[in-house]
Design a protein around this ligand. Structure first.
Ligand code: PMP
Length: 500
């Protein structure tokens, strides 16, 4: 099941990518060590399944992600095409692993690298790029794809202004899927001695699943089934494109998108199925992987492995599943592996022993929402439909507060068919008081207050009252990262007071 071990040639010229081998190999440069990752069986999470499930451990590459492969192949292809000449400049817009991969290749081959990153990128990632000698330019996050400030557009305009510059453009560069056609696919085929029956991977640029999937289909005469693993709200899996917590996988759709273009690196025809995976299932899976298998992987690996386990449940002993784990959990220690992060984002359920924000949901009722384009008449209809509106509040006889005072509508950047919302999609709140006396056709957009603060359903009211500033009127209660109810901050603070 393992690749044959061999010692690579000690003398340059270096073996072309795909020919050097891992294990006991001696490499003449870090670039020769790209790829050749092992398959590691899910010995415990997969126990009880008839079909073995193997993880393609891309986190063991020299840049610690699957993107080492695409970065190296894109640069080598640009050199061959004459687009990149000695001493040239590489430009790319990326928030993640492609930047690290390119930085490693650029350092080794003597190129200057300019990476444009969105301002939501954590300082550690920027430091890592700079550690390799890359120049980092920070631009606005959360802008639609047609905005000139969007990472890709800014990277393109920089590459056009610098003589001799070449933009890697992983989304539309054919060398990205080609890297996987030439390396990832053949490695898996050899490692499983052709026994693989199912390949599961996430879809970001699509390079991994397209190249690997196309190779495996071809090698097996079409027998290998290729399954995409996708965040539930990503448009690849048929979601509405609203934000999700797993990074670098799926396809988010900014609500102001004019035309949604999918990457040319992604060939959807190679897929036999797509498994939508919720953030909660991705996170639960990657945490189990660390604690039960001793494998520290990133968020998208959690998504892919959750999908692979789902696929494997329906298979028999003659089947063999390979699932690709794109990167290491090291980059996400302050997110998915941090109890505080999980709690404040609603990924930790209340255990029933201590007071929790969840206790207030019943009184507040489920959140209700209108899209930002709604009129006062439409918003009033949604508010009026609520069972709680107009009833006396819990304050009892003599209280001037009505139940309507305890209700705020959330205002959404896009229409939604489901009744929980990603905080990133919520652009404001609007109350009955704000709507009262306004003309029916007036726009909600002009009457809304700021979006609610957010807190996890498992948090204690005291902690939430402490953290949320007193000038924020509303708190959105998060269950599994999505707003399910909106509670007045004053109600949270009052509950916190009764606990002391
Ligand atoms: N997960 C992670 C962590 C990644 O960095 C990437 C690459 N953007 C992917 C998944 C998706 O891979 P691809 O772009 O090849 O589809």
């Amino acid at each position: 099941m393992t690749e044959q071990l061999a010692v690579s040639r000690p003398d340059p010229p270096y073996p072309p990518p795909g020919q050097a081998v891992r294990g006991e190999a001696v490499f003449e440069s870090v670039l020769d060590a790209v790829g050749h990752t092992p398959l590691i069986r899910l010995a415990r999470l997969g126990a009880g399944l008839a079909a073995p499930v193997y993880v393609k451990a891309e986190f063991l590459g020299p840049g610690m992600s699957v993107k080492d492969r695409a970065a190296l192949h894109m640069v080598l292809a640009a050199e061959r095409a004459g687009d990149l000449r000695p001493g040239g400049v590489i430009v790319e817009g990326t928030s993640g692993n492609t930047g690290i991969g390119l930085a490693m290749v650029a350092a080794q081959r003597g190129y200057r690298l300019i990476v444009v990153v969105p301002d939501k990128v954590g300082p550690d990632k920027i430091s890592a790029l700079r550690a390799y000698g890359a120049e980092v330019l920070v631009t606005a996050a959360g802008v639609p794809a047609h905005d000139p400030k969007h990472v890709r557009n800014l990277a393109r305009s920089i590459s056009e202004q610098i003589p001799g510059a070449w933009m890697a453009d992983q989304y539309d560069n054919a060398a990205n899927p080609q890297a996987h056609r030439e390396t990832t696919g053949p490695e898996i085929w050899r490692q499983t001695a052709g026994r693989i029956t199912h390949f599961v991977a996430c879809i970001g640029t699509g390079g991994t699943i397209t190249g690997t999937g196309e190779f495996l289909k071809q090698a097996s005469g079409g027998a290998v089934r290729v399954v995409g693993a996708d965040p539930e709200t990503s448009v690849y899996a048929g979601g509405d494109g609203s934000p999700y917590y797993v990074e670098a996988a799926g396809h988010y759709l900014h609500p102001d998108t004019i035309e949604d273009e999918w990457p040319q690196s992604y060939h959807p025809a190679v897929l036999d199925a797509v498994e939508p995976i919720s953030d909660r299932e991705s996170i639960d899976t990657l945490r189990r992987l660390a604690r039960e298998e001793g494998m520290l992987v990133g968020g998208s690996a959690g998504t892919a492995i959750a999908a692979a386990l789902r696929v494997a449940r329906g298979l028999g002993p003659d089947d063999l599943v390979v699932v690709l784990a794109p990167d290491s959990g090291r980059a996400y220690l302050s997110k998915y592996f941090d109890d505080g992060w999980l709690l404040t984002n609603g990924f930790q359920d209340p255990d029933g022993t201590a007071p929790a924000l969840a206790d207030l949901i019943a009184a507040a009722g489920p959140a209700r929402a209108v899209p930002v384009g709604a009129t006062v008449a439409e918003a009033s209809a949604v508010l009026g439909a609520g069972p709680a509106a107009g009833e006396p509040a819990a304050g009892g006889a003599g209280s001037v507060e009505t139940a309507a005072d305890r209700v705020a509508l959330v205002v959404l950047a896009r229409p939604s068919l489901v009744d929980t919302w990603a905080p990133g999609d919520v652009v404001g709140t609007v109350t009955a008081a704000a709507l009262a006396g306004r003309a029916a056709e007036e726009a909600v957009r002009d009457l809304m207050q700021p979006p609610p603060a957010t807190a996890g359903a498992g948090e204690s009211p005291a902690a939430v009252a402490d953290r949320v500033p007193a000038d924020r009127d509303w708190v959105g209660v998060l269950v599994n990262g999505r707003i399910v109810s909106v509670v007045r901050r004053a109600v949270v603070a009052a509950r916190a007071g009764t606990e002391q």
